[in-house]
Design a protein around this ligand. Structure first.
Ligand code: GRF
Length: 206
């Protein structure tokens, strides 16, 4: 919070990690008063791990091998995050669905970014869903994570136009550019103590 110690982030990844990079860059540029306590990857070869190591951020690979169910896996994940003192969990291209074990361990302190304007097009391949539907605008949504799929309270959204000749790749690239601006902004609001949750409404304090 403002004036105190920087909030400790735990960032969960599975792939490229461009959103992780955007958060690292925002912190290093002085625009975000937070510290990344650890990056946890569900996949060993994720490029996000390379990005984290380049910035001397502790990384943990947490595969599902050896766990019989999602709850057990998540209980171990909670322990990793707690051991690193994590206060806010950031899902950044994390390809696993969280069980209530994670959701209840970090109440209103897990954020996700989704590449569509929720509640439209939740789940996988959101950009393709938007193109197939024929919408004129799409974008990205940062939201708190609850036990549903992309159903939690919405923190910020950014809109991008859909062009006539867009492919899944071109639309995804346009949305990602907005993600990299929007996600650090949402994290900053949290770190500044400016987010208040009223039911499923997120109030942003001045
Ligand atoms: C982003 O498009 C995000 O919206 C979705 O997963 C993707 C992650 O990309 N949740 P990256 O790994 O941050 O580059």
């Amino acid at each position: 919070m403002t004036g105190g110690q920087p909030i400790k982030l735990g960032i969960l990844v599975s792939g490229n990690g461009s959103n992780l990079q955007a958060i690292i860059d925002a912190i290093e540029a002085g625009g975000l008063d937070a510290r990344i306590a650890c990056v946890v990857s569900s996949t060993p070869g994720a490029f996000a791990l390379t990005r984290a190591s380049r910035h001397n951020i502790p990384v943990v690979i947490h595969e599902n091998r050896g766990f019989t169910n999602r709850r057990e896996y998540d209980a171990a994940l909670v322990k990793i995050l707690r051991d690193h003192g994590v206060e806010l969990v950031i899902l950044a291209g994390y390809m696993r669905i969280l069980s209530e074990v994670m959701v209840t361990a970090f109440p209103n302190a897990i954020m996700n970014i989704h590449p569509a304007l929720l509640p439209a097009f939740p789940g996988l391949h959101a950009q393709k869903q938007a193109l197939d539907y024929g919408v004129r605008f799409s974008g990205c949504t940062v939201h708190f994570v609850d036990c549903g799929t992309d159903t939690g309270p919405i923190i910020l959204q950014s809109v991008v136009p859909v062009e006539q000749d867009d492919t899944e790749e071109s639309l995804s690239a346009r949305i990602q550019k907005e993600e990299h601006r929007t996600y650090p902004e949402a994290v900053r609001l949290f770190c500044e103590g400016r987010i208040r949750l009223e039911g499923r409404h997120v109030r942003i304090l001045p």
